[in-house]
Design a protein around this ligand. Structure first.
Ligand code: ATP
Length: 228
């Protein structure tokens, strides 16, 4: 069943058009990698899905048109975003951050602690005092606490130490394996993406130029559109 349906999406920043026809679908339980070089429209696509910028085209979650919704209503419909830059409430504790995001469902501070034990160890610490990796785990935990139907991770491992990146990739693999969470994933680590992503959608100059099974990305496609 199609959970997210994005077709022929266009969007602009003022007079500068950034998206020229993006097509992305995520089926229930699927992990889809949104790829492409810098500045090709990945974050803009995420902003449109989350209703942070205006856009045109088809944009549906489980058949519901997202276009008329403000961002908080899109979130309430079941889109959990981990934005670039790991945002959380810096002056609240880890546990307070998780509780502040909570909506009814299976995810609780205790089940989040099962995914990221460090968050349980640090539950009374204020977020500002966490390491970058721990703040990223908290940002993912906060998004999960909304009990989303679709989790979107925008550069979740960017700028982190290799060992912490590995912890986050393991958590994403567990999410897929154990909970069947539907995930749209933006990242530049092709090797790690290949271990969790079912499919890839590649953007170039604000347009979908390739979509298919992750395993079908040939060296030519990779070189032309991803730069690896
Ligand atoms: P990166 O991997 O560098 O994050 P991206 O694929 O996510 O890149 P976007 O951030 O979506 O790319 O940018 C797409 C285009 O929109 C680029 O040409 C960029 O310069 C432009 N753009 C992005 N944000 C803004 C903004 N706030 N105002 C004006 N133009 C913007």
């Amino acid at each position: 069943m199609t959970l997210l349906e994005v077709r022929d999406l266009t969007a602009s920043y003022g007079v500068a058009q950034a998206l020229f026809g993006v097509d992305v679908t995520v089926a229930q339980g699927e992990v889809v990698a949104l790829m492409g070089r810098n500045g090709m429209g990945k974050t803009t696509t995420v902003k449109a899905i989350c209703r942070m910028i205006t856009s045109q085209g088809t944009l549906r979650l489980s058949g519901t048109d997202l276009h008329p919704l403000p961002s908080h209503k899109a979130a309430r419909l079941g889109i959990g975003l981990v934005p670039e830059g790991r945002r959380c409430f810096r002056d609240l504790t880890v546990e307070e951050n998780l509780i502040a995001a909570a909506r009814p469902g299976e995810w609780t501070p205790s089940t989040i602690g099962g995914l990221f034990p460090r968050l349980t160890e640090r539950k009374n610490q204020i977020a500002a005092s966490l390491s970058g990796g721990e703040q990223q785990m908290l940002a993912i935990g906060r998004a999960l606490m909304t009990n989303p139907r679709l989790l979107i991770l925008d550069e979740a491992t960017e700028g982190l130490a290799p060992i912490v990146r590995q912890e986050i990739w393991s958590a994403i693999a567990r999410l897929k394996r154990e909970t069947g969470t539907s995930i749209l994933l933006i990242d530049k680590s092709v090797k790690e993406l290949s271990q969790v992503a079912d499919r890839a959608v590649i953007l170039a100059r604000g347009k979908t130029v390739w979509a298919g099974s992750f395993a079908d990305i040939t060296p030519d496609i990779s070189e032309s559109y991803i730069g690896v």
